[in-house]
Design a protein around this ligand. Structure first.
Ligand code: SAM
Length: 342
């Protein structure tokens, strides 16, 4: 098994793992601090666990990844809007070009708490897409999940400000959790239709600090589809791309888009195009990997860009074929979602 950098022409390069999957999508956590304490993600404790790096260090590592054919960069965390230097980073990322000469598709995943203040600045800096995590459309349920009072209206204003700033379509991610927000499915369908956002329901994965996951906490896709169909009959939409993770639906009147991301019950590992960089500069080859690969360590030891390239190639060669959730012997990863970057 080996990693290859396939030269398809003089101008293009594609980073390919040992299973033949093109790795084109890099997620970079720029802090593991977060201003929410979502029950499915964090404990009630404050604070970061892993160090943040200087913005220039993330930029250098991303530049090397882009030289290897990464064309999509998603900034995440922790909460990326908490990170000083975020807009500078985006402005610099927007100047990078892939080996084929294309600019990067730069996206962010945020809880939206600070988005109203940032939306225009992010757009001006060169950000292309915004995904907002929002797990209820009912304020009391929202507060119970995030463990932060009085944020719901801010997030709503953030989504609207992002639309006004010219981002679109905005994706709104909702992690469904039995007993917490499974009553929000129908209200979310109306929200998608009224606010003209793409609502994506995500299956709860065993990546939380509090270790509350069990198969019973996951809301099955069939139940979700049944509830959505109470609003209007659903119509399946074609995937946007071959590596699309969401099953896409609209309603029979064409108003509103719903995505279903089911990494547990309908795993999409065979199409995985992702690789992750943690806030302390470690490569994670899979959300459920047991290992960190210390790319920043190569930098700290004075490594050249060629050294970083070699390290990335040898790490991508170790990318796992798939996750093993639900199988005997499955081990939860050593880091939770907030410390990997979602
Ligand atoms: N703070 C930002 C946010 O809230 O979007 C970015 C980081 S957050 C870790 C990224 C995404 O991971 C969010 O959409 C969140 O809902 C999701 N997430 C966190 N823990 C999860 C879990 N155990 N299962 C499924 N999704 C999870």
């Amino acid at each position: 098994m080996s990693t290859t950098l396939t030269k398809t022409s003089v101008d293009t390069a594609v980073l390919t793992d040992s299973y033949g999957r093109a790795i084109t999508d890099l997620r970079v956590s720029i802090t593991d601090r977060c201003n929410y304490k979502c029950v499915y993600c964090r404990t009630g404790n404050e604070g970061a666990q892993f160090p943040e790096l200087p913005i220039a260090d993330y930029l250098r590592m991303v530049r090397v990844f882009v030289g290897l054919g990464i064309d999509k960069v998603r900034l995440t965390g922790g909460e990326p809007l908490l990170r000083t230097g975020l807009t500078d980073l985006i402005r610099e990322l927007a100047t990078l070009r892939t080996p084929a000469g294309d600019s990067l598709d730069i996206a962010i995943t945020t809880n939206g708490h600070l988005l109203e203040d940032y939306a225009v600045k992010l757009k001006t800096a060169g950000l292309r897409r915004v995904t907002v995590s929002m797990d209820a459309v009912e304020p009391a349920t929202f507060a119970r999940i995030t463990r932060v009072p009085d944020s719901f209206d801010r997030v709503l204003r953030g989504i609207r400000a992002a639309k006004q700033a010219g981002f679109g379509p905005i994706k709104v991610n909702c992690v469904l959790l039995r007993g917490f927000n499974d009553d929000q499915i129908v209200p979310f369908a109306h929200f998608a239709r009224e606010e003209n956002v793409i609502v994506r329901f995500i299956e709860f994965m065993p990546l939380e600090e509090d270790r509350i996951w069990s198969p019973e906490t996951v809301v099955p896709v069939d139940e979700l589809l049944d509830k959505l169909a109470q609003v209007r009959p659903l119509v399946r939409l074609e995937p946007n791309t071959a590596s699309e993770t969401a099953l896409r639906y609209t309603f029979d009147d064409g108003i509103g888009e719903i995505g279903i991301i089911a990494p547990v019950s309908r795993a999409f590992c065979g199409q995985c195009s992702r690789i992750r960089l943690t806030s302390d500069g470690k490569i994670r080859t899979c959300l459920f990997s047991q290992f960190d690969h210390d790319l920043h360590g190569v930098m700290r030891r004075g490594g050249s860009d060629d050294d970083l390239t070699d390290y990335i190639l040898s790490t991508v060669a170790k990318k796992e074929a798939r996750h093993h959730i639900g199988e005997a012997g499955f081990l939860k990863p050593s880091r939770s979602m907030v410390h990997i970057g979602g």
